[in-house]
Design a protein around this ligand. Structure first.
Ligand code: PNS
Length: 173
């Protein structure tokens, strides 16, 4: 059975990696698809190409995981991947109860408009406070994000915020 793990992935975090790794053991094939989140319009740090590059590098060790992008409705993308008798499912990670209301709404809408099923995977508690936006904020001040993201994301963040990291290193002597 095929699963689609959609998201902004700006950039991919250790929480995403945890959910992805566990999904890759449950499904024959998992496609990580970078999609547009209208709520994050103009807020992405990395370009689409950069995010795809980071995702490919971070997931290269998982043989049944592929990386893609799509601009449009998630249900249309999922429909393209359906292989009868199975329907592809959507994977979403849940960190805490605070994620649930938003995710529940989207899952219901995706079932209503495209009969798409969503499977939730709870991220390990160690990642429950990690989000791409918090990681970007910490990195923008040159803080240590090495535990919270895969190595390739950390390197990309350090390149983006090179000045902040250099300045913090000087201040810390
Ligand atoms: O990582 P994110 O930003 O929480 O991912 C949200 C995403 C990109 C999966 C969601 O915004 C989405 O599905 N976008 C595609 C457009 C769509 O289908 N919208 C209807 C459901 S909100």
């Amino acid at each position: 059975m095929t699963a689609v793990f959609p998201g902004s992935f700006d950039p991919i975090t250790s929480g995403h990696m945890d959910v992805l790794t566990r999904a890759s053991r449950m499904f024959d094939q998992v496609t990580m698809t970078v999609m547009h989140n209208a709520r994050k319009q103009g807020k992405n740090l990395f370009t689409l190409e950069e995010r795809l590059h980071i995702l490919r590098a971070a997931t290269a060790h998982l043989p049944n995981v592929s990386v893609d992008s799509f601009s449009g409705l998630l249900v249309d993308y999922v429909a393209q991947l359906n292989a009868p008798p199975y329907k592809a499912v959507i994977i979403r990670g849940l960190r805490a109860v605070s994620d649930f209301e938003y995710e529940l709404q989207i899952a219901h809408l995706n079932r209503q408009i495209g009969e798409a099923e969503t499977v939730f995977i709870m991220a390990a508690t160690r990642w429950s406070f990690v989000s791409s936006s918090m990681v970007k904020e910490i990195a923008s001040y040159g803080g240590d994000i090495s535990e919270m993201v895969p190595r390739v994301s950390a390197d990309a963040l350090k390149t983006k915020f090179a000045e902040a990291y250099a300045e913090r290193a000087v201040n810390q002597g």
